[in-house]
Design a protein around this ligand. Sequence first.
Ligand SMILES: Nc1ncnc2c1ncn2[C@@H]1O[C@H](COP(=O)(O)OP(=O)(O)OP(=O)(O)O)[C@@H](O)[C@H]1O
Ligand SMILES: [Mg+2]
Length: 371
Amino acid sequence: MANPFKPTAGAEPPHLIGREDALDLFVEGLEDGAGAPGLLSIISGPRGIGKTALLHRAESIALEHGWAPISDTATPGLLERLKHGVEVHLRELGKREPRWHITAVQAASFAVTREITPASQIDLRERMTELTTILREHGTGLLITVDEIHSVDRSELVQLSATVQHLIRDGLPIAFIGAGIPQAISNLLNDKISTFLRRADPIVLDSVALDAVRDSLRQTFADSNVAISEDQLTMAAQATGGYPFLVQLVGYHVWRLSKVDGVTDQTLSRGIEAARKRLGSTVLDTALADLSDVDRTFLVKMAIDDGPSYMSRIAERMGESIKYVGVYRRRLLDTGIIRTAGHGKVEFTLPYLAEHLRNHAVQLHNPGQGS
Ligand SMILES: Nc1ncnc2c1ncn2[C@@H]1O[C@H](COP(=O)(O)OP(=O)(O)OP(=O)(O)O)[C@@H](O)[C@H]1O
Ligand SMILES: [Mg+2]
Protein backbone atom coordinates (compact mmCIF):
# COMPACT_ATOMS: atom_id res chain seq x y z
CA MET A 1 0.00 0.00 0.00
CA ALA A 2 1.19 3.51 -0.85
CA ASN A 3 1.99 5.91 1.98
CA PRO A 4 -1.24 7.89 2.55
CA PHE A 5 0.53 11.01 3.87
CA LYS A 6 1.56 13.74 1.44
CA PRO A 7 4.45 15.85 2.74
CA THR A 8 4.86 17.86 -0.46
CA ALA A 9 4.02 21.52 -1.11
CA GLY A 10 0.64 21.79 -2.79
CA ALA A 11 -0.17 18.05 -2.40
CA GLU A 12 -3.66 17.07 -1.29
CA PRO A 13 -3.53 15.72 2.29
CA PRO A 14 -5.56 12.62 3.30
CA HIS A 15 -7.76 14.97 5.39
CA LEU A 16 -7.89 18.73 5.20
CA ILE A 17 -7.81 19.36 8.94
CA GLY A 18 -9.53 22.32 10.59
CA ARG A 19 -10.56 24.39 7.58
CA GLU A 20 -14.31 23.83 7.88
CA ASP A 21 -15.21 27.43 8.77
CA ALA A 22 -13.51 28.96 5.75
CA LEU A 23 -15.05 26.37 3.46
CA ASP A 24 -18.57 26.70 4.92
CA LEU A 25 -18.63 30.37 4.01
CA PHE A 26 -17.44 29.58 0.53
CA VAL A 27 -20.10 26.88 0.02
CA GLU A 28 -22.79 29.31 1.19
CA GLY A 29 -21.43 31.78 -1.34
CA LEU A 30 -21.68 29.22 -4.15
CA GLU A 31 -25.28 28.54 -3.19
CA ASP A 32 -26.22 32.21 -2.83
CA GLY A 33 -24.52 33.12 -6.10
CA ALA A 34 -23.54 36.52 -7.50
CA GLY A 35 -22.38 39.05 -4.94
CA ALA A 36 -22.27 36.70 -1.90
CA PRO A 37 -19.45 37.57 0.55
CA GLY A 38 -17.82 34.13 0.57
CA LEU A 39 -17.08 34.44 -3.14
CA LEU A 40 -14.30 37.01 -2.81
CA SER A 41 -11.49 35.94 -0.45
CA ILE A 42 -7.79 36.27 0.16
CA ILE A 43 -6.04 33.41 1.96
CA SER A 44 -2.86 34.29 3.83
CA GLY A 45 -0.53 32.46 6.18
CA PRO A 46 3.10 31.42 6.58
CA ARG A 47 4.80 28.81 4.39
CA GLY A 48 3.51 25.28 4.77
CA ILE A 49 0.33 26.26 6.62
CA GLY A 50 -1.93 24.96 3.83
CA LYS A 51 -2.89 27.86 1.54
CA THR A 52 -2.49 25.92 -1.70
CA ALA A 53 -4.23 22.86 -0.27
CA LEU A 54 -7.20 25.03 0.73
CA LEU A 55 -7.36 26.62 -2.73
CA HIS A 56 -7.42 23.17 -4.31
CA ARG A 57 -10.22 22.09 -2.02
CA ALA A 58 -12.22 25.19 -2.90
CA GLU A 59 -11.80 24.34 -6.58
CA SER A 60 -13.06 20.77 -6.09
CA ILE A 61 -16.04 22.01 -4.10
CA ALA A 62 -16.82 24.56 -6.80
CA LEU A 63 -16.68 21.80 -9.40
CA GLU A 64 -19.06 19.64 -7.35
CA HIS A 65 -21.48 22.58 -7.34
CA GLY A 66 -21.30 22.82 -11.13
CA TRP A 67 -19.15 25.95 -11.04
CA ALA A 68 -16.39 26.34 -13.62
CA PRO A 69 -12.98 26.75 -11.95
CA ILE A 70 -9.88 28.25 -13.53
CA SER A 71 -6.75 28.05 -11.40
CA ASP A 72 -3.45 29.79 -11.85
CA THR A 73 -0.20 30.36 -10.03
CA ALA A 74 0.91 33.90 -10.58
CA THR A 75 3.59 34.34 -13.18
CA PRO A 76 3.62 36.94 -15.97
CA GLY A 77 1.00 36.36 -18.61
CA LEU A 78 -1.81 35.61 -16.13
CA LEU A 79 -4.51 37.45 -18.07
CA GLU A 80 -3.69 35.82 -21.35
CA ARG A 81 -3.80 32.42 -19.66
CA LEU A 82 -7.12 33.23 -18.01
CA LYS A 83 -8.47 34.12 -21.41
CA HIS A 84 -7.44 30.72 -22.71
CA GLY A 85 -9.14 29.17 -19.69
CA VAL A 86 -12.37 31.04 -20.39
CA GLU A 87 -12.25 29.97 -24.04
CA VAL A 88 -11.78 26.35 -23.01
CA HIS A 89 -14.86 26.50 -20.78
CA LEU A 90 -16.91 28.19 -23.50
CA ARG A 91 -15.89 25.58 -26.04
CA GLU A 92 -16.66 22.72 -23.68
CA LEU A 93 -20.07 24.17 -22.87
CA GLY A 94 -20.85 24.62 -26.57
CA LYS A 95 -19.94 21.01 -27.27
CA ARG A 96 -21.60 19.39 -24.35
CA GLU A 97 -24.97 21.09 -24.18
CA PRO A 98 -27.58 20.06 -23.43
CA ARG A 99 -25.61 17.61 -21.30
CA TRP A 100 -24.32 19.91 -18.60
CA HIS A 101 -20.78 19.06 -17.64
CA ILE A 102 -17.89 21.11 -16.31
CA THR A 103 -14.24 20.17 -15.91
CA ALA A 104 -11.46 22.01 -14.10
CA VAL A 105 -9.14 24.20 -16.15
CA GLN A 106 -5.58 24.91 -15.08
CA ALA A 107 -4.66 28.19 -16.65
CA ALA A 108 -1.08 27.64 -15.56
CA SER A 109 -0.78 24.87 -18.14
CA PHE A 110 -1.17 27.28 -21.07
CA ALA A 111 2.10 28.53 -22.46
CA VAL A 112 1.88 32.26 -23.01
CA THR A 113 4.38 34.17 -25.05
CA ARG A 114 2.87 37.62 -25.34
CA GLU A 115 1.50 40.29 -23.03
CA ILE A 116 -2.20 41.01 -23.11
CA THR A 117 -3.02 44.09 -25.19
CA PRO A 118 -5.77 46.64 -24.37
CA ALA A 119 -7.97 45.20 -27.13
CA SER A 120 -7.42 41.73 -25.79
CA GLN A 121 -8.35 42.99 -22.30
CA ILE A 122 -11.76 44.12 -23.52
CA ASP A 123 -12.05 40.77 -25.15
CA LEU A 124 -11.34 39.03 -21.84
CA ARG A 125 -14.14 41.01 -20.20
CA GLU A 126 -16.55 40.17 -23.02
CA ARG A 127 -15.68 36.50 -22.98
CA MET A 128 -15.98 36.31 -19.20
CA THR A 129 -19.34 38.05 -19.41
CA GLU A 130 -20.46 35.56 -22.04
CA LEU A 131 -19.29 32.58 -19.97
CA THR A 132 -20.80 33.78 -16.69
CA THR A 133 -24.09 34.61 -18.42
CA ILE A 134 -24.36 31.01 -19.63
CA LEU A 135 -23.31 29.68 -16.24
CA ARG A 136 -25.89 31.88 -14.50
CA GLU A 137 -28.63 30.23 -16.53
CA HIS A 138 -27.52 26.95 -14.99
CA GLY A 139 -27.49 28.43 -11.50
CA THR A 140 -23.70 28.25 -11.24
CA GLY A 141 -20.75 30.53 -12.03
CA LEU A 142 -17.05 31.01 -12.66
CA LEU A 143 -14.33 30.61 -10.00
CA ILE A 144 -10.87 32.09 -10.56
CA THR A 145 -8.12 31.17 -8.10
CA VAL A 146 -4.65 32.72 -8.11
CA ASP A 147 -1.98 31.21 -5.87
CA GLU A 148 1.12 33.23 -4.86
CA ILE A 149 -0.87 36.33 -5.78
CA HIS A 150 1.91 38.70 -4.67
CA SER A 151 3.92 37.63 -7.74
CA VAL A 152 1.24 38.85 -10.13
CA ASP A 153 2.37 41.73 -12.28
CA ARG A 154 0.70 44.84 -10.82
CA SER A 155 -0.77 46.06 -14.07
CA GLU A 156 -2.26 42.64 -14.73
CA LEU A 157 -3.77 42.65 -11.26
CA VAL A 158 -5.35 46.05 -11.86
CA GLN A 159 -6.90 44.77 -15.07
CA LEU A 160 -8.10 41.56 -13.47
CA SER A 161 -9.66 43.49 -10.57
CA ALA A 162 -11.44 45.82 -12.98
CA THR A 163 -12.82 42.87 -14.93
CA VAL A 164 -14.02 40.99 -11.86
CA GLN A 165 -15.55 44.15 -10.39
CA HIS A 166 -17.33 44.80 -13.64
CA LEU A 167 -18.91 41.34 -13.60
CA ILE A 168 -19.93 41.71 -9.95
CA ARG A 169 -21.62 45.04 -10.78
CA ASP A 170 -23.53 43.35 -13.56
CA GLY A 171 -24.77 40.74 -11.11
CA LEU A 172 -22.88 37.95 -12.82
CA PRO A 173 -21.75 34.90 -10.80
CA ILE A 174 -18.01 35.28 -10.41
CA ALA A 175 -15.87 34.10 -7.49
CA PHE A 176 -12.25 35.01 -6.89
CA ILE A 177 -9.83 33.55 -4.32
CA GLY A 178 -6.21 34.64 -4.05
CA ALA A 179 -3.52 33.22 -1.75
CA GLY A 180 -0.07 34.29 -0.57
CA ILE A 181 2.25 34.87 2.37
CA PRO A 182 1.02 37.59 4.77
CA GLN A 183 3.75 40.16 4.24
CA ALA A 184 3.24 40.15 0.51
CA ILE A 185 -0.53 40.26 0.89
CA SER A 186 -0.38 43.25 3.20
CA ASN A 187 1.85 45.09 0.72
CA LEU A 188 -0.65 44.30 -1.95
CA LEU A 189 -3.57 45.54 0.13
CA ASN A 190 -1.82 48.78 1.03
CA ASP A 191 -1.34 49.45 -2.60
CA LYS A 192 -3.87 52.00 -3.87
CA ILE A 193 -4.71 49.84 -6.87
CA SER A 194 -6.30 47.04 -4.92
CA THR A 195 -9.48 48.49 -3.41
CA PHE A 196 -11.12 45.42 -4.85
CA LEU A 197 -8.81 43.09 -2.93
CA ARG A 198 -9.24 45.12 0.25
CA ARG A 199 -12.92 44.31 0.13
CA ALA A 200 -12.13 40.60 -0.06
CA ASP A 201 -12.84 38.40 2.92
CA PRO A 202 -9.49 37.75 4.66
CA ILE A 203 -8.89 34.09 5.51
CA VAL A 204 -5.89 34.01 7.83
CA LEU A 205 -4.61 30.46 8.21
CA ASP A 206 -3.09 29.33 11.47
CA SER A 207 -2.03 26.03 13.00
CA VAL A 208 -4.79 23.48 13.49
CA ALA A 209 -6.04 22.04 16.79
CA LEU A 210 -4.09 19.05 18.16
CA ASP A 211 -7.31 17.11 18.83
CA ALA A 212 -8.21 17.40 15.17
CA VAL A 213 -4.70 16.32 14.19
CA ARG A 214 -4.97 13.25 16.41
CA ASP A 215 -8.37 12.32 14.94
CA SER A 216 -7.01 12.64 11.43
CA LEU A 217 -3.92 10.55 12.20
CA ARG A 218 -6.05 7.87 13.90
CA GLN A 219 -8.28 7.67 10.84
CA THR A 220 -5.45 7.55 8.30
CA PHE A 221 -3.53 4.85 10.18
CA ALA A 222 -6.73 2.81 10.62
CA ASP A 223 -7.65 3.15 6.93
CA SER A 224 -4.25 1.80 5.95
CA ASN A 225 -4.28 -0.98 8.59
CA VAL A 226 -1.24 0.18 10.52
CA ALA A 227 -1.75 -0.29 14.27
CA ILE A 228 -1.12 2.72 16.54
CA SER A 229 -2.08 3.22 20.21
CA GLU A 230 -3.89 6.21 21.71
CA ASP A 231 -0.76 7.27 23.59
CA GLN A 232 1.29 7.11 20.44
CA LEU A 233 -1.34 9.15 18.58
CA THR A 234 -1.17 11.82 21.27
CA MET A 235 2.61 11.95 21.07
CA ALA A 236 2.59 12.10 17.28
CA ALA A 237 -0.02 14.89 17.29
CA GLN A 238 1.98 16.87 19.85
CA ALA A 239 5.12 16.54 17.76
CA THR A 240 3.37 18.29 14.85
CA GLY A 241 2.55 21.43 16.85
CA GLY A 242 -0.63 21.54 14.73
CA TYR A 243 1.43 22.78 11.79
CA PRO A 244 -0.03 21.18 8.64
CA PHE A 245 3.23 20.50 6.81
CA LEU A 246 4.59 18.77 9.88
CA VAL A 247 1.40 16.72 10.24
CA GLN A 248 2.14 15.23 6.83
CA LEU A 249 5.85 14.79 7.56
CA VAL A 250 5.34 13.10 10.92
CA GLY A 251 2.56 10.92 9.49
CA TYR A 252 4.68 10.00 6.49
CA HIS A 253 7.82 9.01 8.36
CA VAL A 254 6.12 7.21 11.24
CA TRP A 255 3.93 5.31 8.77
CA ARG A 256 6.90 4.40 6.57
CA LEU A 257 8.84 2.88 9.48
CA SER A 258 5.78 1.13 10.92
CA LYS A 259 3.89 -0.19 7.91
CA VAL A 260 5.00 -3.81 8.41
CA ASP A 261 4.74 -4.35 12.16
CA GLY A 262 2.66 -1.40 13.36
CA VAL A 263 3.86 1.60 15.35
CA THR A 264 6.30 0.91 18.19
CA ASP A 265 7.75 3.51 20.56
CA GLN A 266 10.95 3.23 18.58
CA THR A 267 9.44 3.73 15.11
CA LEU A 268 7.45 6.63 16.55
CA SER A 269 10.46 8.49 17.88
CA ARG A 270 12.58 7.72 14.83
CA GLY A 271 9.74 8.88 12.55
CA ILE A 272 9.33 12.15 14.45
CA GLU A 273 13.07 12.76 14.30
CA ALA A 274 13.15 12.16 10.53
CA ALA A 275 10.16 14.51 10.09
CA ARG A 276 11.93 17.32 11.99
CA LYS A 277 15.01 16.98 9.84
CA ARG A 278 12.97 17.16 6.65
CA LEU A 279 11.06 20.17 7.93
CA GLY A 280 14.32 22.09 8.20
CA SER A 281 15.54 21.33 4.72
CA THR A 282 12.16 21.96 3.09
CA VAL A 283 9.84 24.50 4.73
CA LEU A 284 12.09 26.30 7.20
CA ASP A 285 14.86 27.00 4.72
CA THR A 286 12.30 28.20 2.15
CA ALA A 287 10.70 30.51 4.71
CA LEU A 288 14.14 31.89 5.64
CA ALA A 289 15.07 32.37 1.99
CA ASP A 290 12.12 34.78 1.63
CA LEU A 291 13.80 37.14 4.13
CA SER A 292 16.53 39.78 4.08
CA ASP A 293 19.85 39.35 5.93
CA VAL A 294 18.81 41.64 8.76
CA ASP A 295 15.51 39.78 9.13
CA ARG A 296 17.47 36.56 9.51
CA THR A 297 19.90 38.10 11.99
CA PHE A 298 16.90 39.21 14.06
CA LEU A 299 15.63 35.62 14.11
CA VAL A 300 19.03 34.19 14.98
CA LYS A 301 19.27 36.58 17.96
CA MET A 302 15.74 35.66 18.95
CA ALA A 303 16.47 31.93 18.80
CA ILE A 304 18.94 32.23 21.67
CA ASP A 305 15.98 32.31 24.05
CA ASP A 306 13.90 29.30 25.00
CA GLY A 307 10.37 30.64 24.54
CA PRO A 308 9.33 34.27 23.97
CA SER A 309 12.04 36.94 23.51
CA TYR A 310 12.06 40.49 24.87
CA MET A 311 12.53 43.09 22.11
CA SER A 312 14.98 44.91 24.36
CA ARG A 313 17.19 41.82 24.54
CA ILE A 314 17.08 41.34 20.77
CA ALA A 315 18.10 44.99 20.24
CA GLU A 316 20.96 44.53 22.70
CA ARG A 317 22.20 41.40 20.97
CA MET A 318 22.01 43.08 17.58
CA GLY A 319 23.77 46.16 18.91
CA GLU A 320 21.01 48.38 17.52
CA SER A 321 18.35 50.74 18.90
CA ILE A 322 14.90 49.48 19.83
CA LYS A 323 13.50 51.72 17.11
CA TYR A 324 15.68 50.18 14.42
CA VAL A 325 14.92 46.65 15.56
CA GLY A 326 11.21 47.55 15.71
CA VAL A 327 11.14 47.99 11.94
CA TYR A 328 12.31 44.41 11.49
CA ARG A 329 9.90 43.18 14.14
CA ARG A 330 7.05 44.68 12.08
CA ARG A 331 8.34 43.09 8.87
CA LEU A 332 8.67 39.68 10.47
CA LEU A 333 5.22 39.89 12.07
CA ASP A 334 3.91 40.55 8.56
CA THR A 335 5.53 37.37 7.25
CA GLY A 336 3.70 35.33 9.86
CA ILE A 337 7.00 33.76 11.00
CA ILE A 338 6.82 35.41 14.43
CA ARG A 339 3.94 36.66 16.54
CA THR A 340 3.58 38.92 19.56
CA ALA A 341 3.70 37.20 22.94
CA GLY A 342 2.55 39.78 25.45
CA HIS A 343 3.94 43.26 25.96
CA GLY A 344 7.36 43.84 24.39
CA LYS A 345 7.82 40.18 23.51
CA VAL A 346 7.75 38.07 20.36
CA GLU A 347 7.85 34.33 19.69
CA PHE A 348 8.23 31.97 16.72
CA THR A 349 5.14 30.75 14.88
CA LEU A 350 6.74 27.93 12.91
CA PRO A 351 7.58 24.90 15.04
CA TYR A 352 11.27 23.99 15.47
CA LEU A 353 12.42 27.18 13.78
CA ALA A 354 14.32 28.29 16.89
CA GLU A 355 16.09 24.93 17.06
CA HIS A 356 16.82 25.03 13.33
CA LEU A 357 18.28 28.53 13.61
CA ARG A 358 20.45 27.53 16.57
CA ASN A 359 21.83 24.57 14.64
CA HIS A 360 22.42 26.52 11.46
CA ALA A 361 23.10 30.05 12.71
CA VAL A 362 26.66 29.94 11.50
CA GLN A 363 25.70 29.20 7.91
CA LEU A 364 22.87 31.69 8.01
CA HIS A 365 24.62 34.75 9.26
CA ASN A 366 27.47 36.29 11.20
CA PRO A 367 29.91 33.39 11.26
CA GLY A 368 31.61 33.18 14.61
CA GLN A 369 29.23 35.47 16.53
CA GLY A 370 27.23 33.08 18.64
CA SER A 371 25.22 35.59 20.63
N1 LIG B 1 -5.55 21.46 6.62
C1 LIG B 1 -4.56 20.56 6.43
N2 LIG B 1 -4.54 19.38 7.09
C2 LIG B 1 -3.54 18.49 6.88
N3 LIG B 1 -2.53 18.67 6.04
C3 LIG B 1 -2.49 19.82 5.35
C4 LIG B 1 -3.50 20.82 5.51
N4 LIG B 1 -3.21 21.86 4.70
C5 LIG B 1 -2.08 21.53 4.08
N5 LIG B 1 -1.63 20.32 4.45
C6 LIG B 1 -0.37 19.69 3.99
O1 LIG B 1 0.69 20.57 4.39
C7 LIG B 1 1.66 20.73 3.37
C8 LIG B 1 1.76 22.18 2.96
O2 LIG B 1 0.55 22.62 2.37
P1 LIG B 1 0.51 23.75 1.24
O3 LIG B 1 1.49 23.45 0.17
O4 LIG B 1 -0.91 23.93 0.88
O5 LIG B 1 1.03 25.02 2.09
P2 LIG B 1 1.19 26.52 1.60
O6 LIG B 1 0.64 27.37 2.68
O7 LIG B 1 0.63 26.67 0.24
O8 LIG B 1 2.78 26.69 1.58
P3 LIG B 1 3.68 27.68 0.65
O9 LIG B 1 3.54 29.05 1.23
O10 LIG B 1 5.07 27.14 0.79
O11 LIG B 1 3.15 27.59 -0.75
C9 LIG B 1 1.24 19.77 2.25
O12 LIG B 1 1.94 18.58 2.43
C10 LIG B 1 -0.25 19.55 2.48
O13 LIG B 1 -0.66 18.29 2.05
MG1 LIG C 1 1.43 27.21 -1.60
